[in-house]
Every structure is written in structure tokens, then in C-alpha cells.
Design a protein around this ligand. Structure first.
Ligand code: 5GP
Ligand code: MN
Length: 369
């Protein structure tokens, strides 16, 4: 009996595949423009053994995966007595402040950091494989001469930015790769490192609900929980700590959503005015893209957020049939087949039209897999 005596909502039957799951890495491999070098874990291990001064870096607009991987690797190297600095172009977002009560995540400042950076032996790039994903810090690092190691789970894009690659597109998160690497070295993971690495996995699998939630990543998560970290506390820290402004912004953005008549494409837009009038921050809009993908029959969602400089950050998610990596590459961005992004010129209205047209006019990559 349905509460209140209401008839159950009639839903369209979901199209379930009952055969072996097609973990998205298979689809990713077929879309990789250039085969990544085989992961050089042994050579990376030697570089870690032989060096003392390290710099860890992740991409602009850092997310839970990049930051969590940094925290895990920072803990590992520090435990081995290394001198480790963590510097990203952007400051630690407020919602991830719990990862760093000691202020160890620094935001790049030429005056404060250039001499230190010039003196590093090894730079480890986490969760990205393109210099432009590092913003101004990328311009600085690409001209230096330390050994560059790239640990990442994005499709390899060539360009030869690193000396050593630990790229594995079959991993759900970069933090998972860092965890597996530390295990391979036979070293322990303490609770603080586990917190970071679990946050990596939690956020990049969408709390274990995306198609990258493989048995392997669940095993890594389970082992991290064995250290004594509590999943509900971490979930609360990541997803239960927003201000009420975020909900107001969400209401407004969802209210203004654009959906194509066939219901396949949803485009959400966040303007500076929306932020000013609700008191929310641009980073509060992260996650809206995943709320909208819950609509039955929807195949792809794009979220466009107007930045302070007037440029538009585009976040795209696919529910399976559409290759959003391909779409993002048409906007000079990139990412995964099912989650990708780019930054495009404003104004917002023009960007909304441009992104909608990308999917309306022969969906990029549809039917590729
Ligand atoms: P999000 O939508 O959560 O910001 O990003 C999803 C994925 O898209 C990221 O993991 C990253 O791979 C990719 N991505 C997001 N923004 C950009 C961008 O501006 N450039 C590139 N190359 N990739 C991006
Ligand atoms: Mn990632």
C-alpha cells in the first residue's frame, strides 16, 4: 500500500543490461587518441627511493580526487622522511578544508614558491595529464628540470609532459592508484592518508554509483576502511556541510533548467547574478549536474557556471550512450567518456546555445561503444 493511498508512479522501464558490466575503462580505451605508456611503477618507486625533495600538484579547480591523492601521497612520503610540499594553483576549496587542518595545501604564489619549486628534485602531477590543467603553475613547471611523474586515470593525451607515467584508465580514481602503489611498495597507510584516499574514491565514483565502481575499487575502499576511518563521517564531511545558500541556488538553477523536447538533454546554467542573489559560491554548484541526471530518459547533462572572469566552466555527464569526452574536446576541454569538462567564452546565454547544439546536432560519439 502506498502511503496516502496514492497510485504508484508509473515509470518508464529502465534499460538494464543484465550481461557482464561494461566497466567504462573498456569504452575509454577505444577512445584514447594515443596509447598511454605502460605504467612505470618500478621506475616511479626508484625515483621515490632516490630523491628527497618532492612537489605534489593537482589541477585547477581541485576536486576530491586530486586533493585526496595529494593527502595520501604526502603522508606516504613524509613518513619516509622526505621533504614534501603540496602546491596547487587554486586554494583548497572550503568544503575540503577538513582534509587539511594544518594548512599544508598551499596555493601558488610566484614570490613565495618559485625558489622552492626550482629546488625540487621530483614533481608529481596527480589526476591530470595536460599542462594547461595546471593553470599558471603549469607554465612555471613545464620549463623546470626536475623529474616529472604523472599519476592519473584520464586517457593519455600524448605530449610527453612527464618523464615517468603511472597512467591507468582502468582505475576509478587517482587516489585508488596512489593507494595501490603504496601497497605494492609494502608500506602502511595510516588513518590520515586513508581519509584522503577514501575521499578520492568516494567523490570520483559518485559515492559508488557510477559505472567505474568496479570490484577493484570497492576492495581498495574496504581496505582503507580497515584503518578505522568511518564512511558516514567522511560522507557527512564531503556532502553534508553546505550552507543553506547552496540549496537556494539549487532551487533556482533547477527551476531554470533547459530540457530538450525529447527529454534527452538537460542544460543547467549558473550566472554571477544567481550567485550574488543567493549568496552562494560557484563551487556550491558542483554536484548539481549529478542531481539532474536522475531524470528518467535523460542521456546527458551539462552544467554551465559563469566564473568571475566572465568565462564559463562547463561540466558534462553522460548516462551511457553519449561520449561527453568527445563533446568536451570540441570545446578544447577533455576528461572521461562519462564525465568531462571545458572552459569556454561567455556570455552565458551563448555558451548554453553552443553546448546544447553540440548534443542536438548528432550527439558526439553516440554509438561508439
Ligand atoms: P567536473 O565536471 O567535475 O569539473 O570535471 C569532470 C572531469 O572533466 C574531470 O575529471 C576532468 O577530467 C574533466 N575536466 C573538467 N574540466 C576540464 C577542463 O577545463 N579541461 C579538461 N581538459 N578537462 C576537464
Ligand atoms: Mn579523478
Amino acid at each position: 500500500m502506498v502511503p496516502g493511498g496514492l497510485a504508484p508512479v508509473k515509470r518508464r522501464a529502465p534499460s538494464l543490461t543484465l550481461t557482464a558490466p561494461d566497466w567504462y575503462p573498456v569504452a575509454l580505451m577505444s577512445n584514447t587518441p594515443e596509447q598511454a605508456p605502460k605504467p612505470a611503477w618500478d621506475a616511479i618507486a626508484r625515483a621515490l627511493d632516490e630523491s628527497h625533495r618532492f612537489l605534489l600538484v593537482t589541477h585547477v579547480n581541485p576536486d576530491g580526487d586530486g586533493l585526496g591523492a595529494e593527502l595520501g601521497l604526502h603522508g606516504h612520503l613524509t613518513a619516509r622522511g622526505k621533504d614534501v610540499r603540496v602546491v596547487n594553483q587554486d586554494p583548497l576549496p572550503e568544503r575540503y578544508a577538513f582534509l587539511d587542518p594544518g594548512g599544508g595545501f598551499e596555493s601558488y604564489d610566484a614570490g613565495r614558491h618559485d625558489a622552492m619549486i626550482a629546488d625540487r628534485e621530483v614533481v608529481i602531477l596527480l589526476d591530470m595529464s595536460r599542462w594547461d590543467r595546471l593553470g599558471v603553475l603549469g607554465d612555471k613547471l613545464r620549463t623546470g628540470d626536475p623529474t616529472v611523474i604523472c599519476i592519473d586515470h584520464h586517457p593519455y593525451e600524448g605530449g610527453g609532459m612527464a618523464h615517468l607515467y603511472g597512467v591507468d584508465v582502468t582505475a576509478a580514481a587517482t587516489g585508488q592508484l596512489v593507494y595501490e602503489f603504496i601497497c605494492r611498495l609494502g608500506h602502511d597507510v595510516d588513518k590520515r592518508m586513508a581519509l584522503g584516499l577514501y575521499v578520492s574514491i568516494l567523490t570520483d565514483t559518485g559515492s559508488f554509483r557510477f559505472s567505474n565502481s568496479s570490484p577493484r575499487v570497492h576492495r581498495a575502499a574496504a581496505e582503507l576502511l580497515e584503518t578505522g576511518i568511518a564512511p558516514h563521517e567522511i560522507y557527512e564531511a564531503v556532502y553534508g556541510n553546505f550552507g543553506p545558500e547552496r540549496l537556494r541556488l539549487q532551487g533556482r538553477v533547477m527551476d531554470g533548467m533547459r530540457i530538450t523536447p525529447d527529454g534527452r538533454i538537460i542544460v543547467l546554467a549558473v550566472s554571477r547574478r544567481d550567485l550574488e542573489e543567493t549568496g552562494a559560491l560557484a563551487e556550491d554548484a558542483e554536484g548539481f549536474v549529478d542531481v539532474a541526471r536522475s531524470v528518467s530518459g535523460c542521456k546527458v547533462v551539462a552544467l554551465l557556471t559563469e566564473q568571475k572572469d566572465g568565462r564559463i566552466k562547463v561540466s558534462m555527464r553522460s548516462r551511457g550512450d553519449v561520449n561527453v569526452r568527445e563533446a568536451a574536446m570540441r570545446l578544447e576541454g577533455g576528461g572521461h567518456v562519462y564525465a568531462a569538462g571545458a572552459v569556454v567564452d561567455g556570455p552565458l546565454g551563448t555558451a548554453v546555445e553552443r553546448v546544447t547544439a553540440l548534443f542536438e546536432g548528432g550527439d558526439p560519439g553516440e554509438g561508439d561503444d
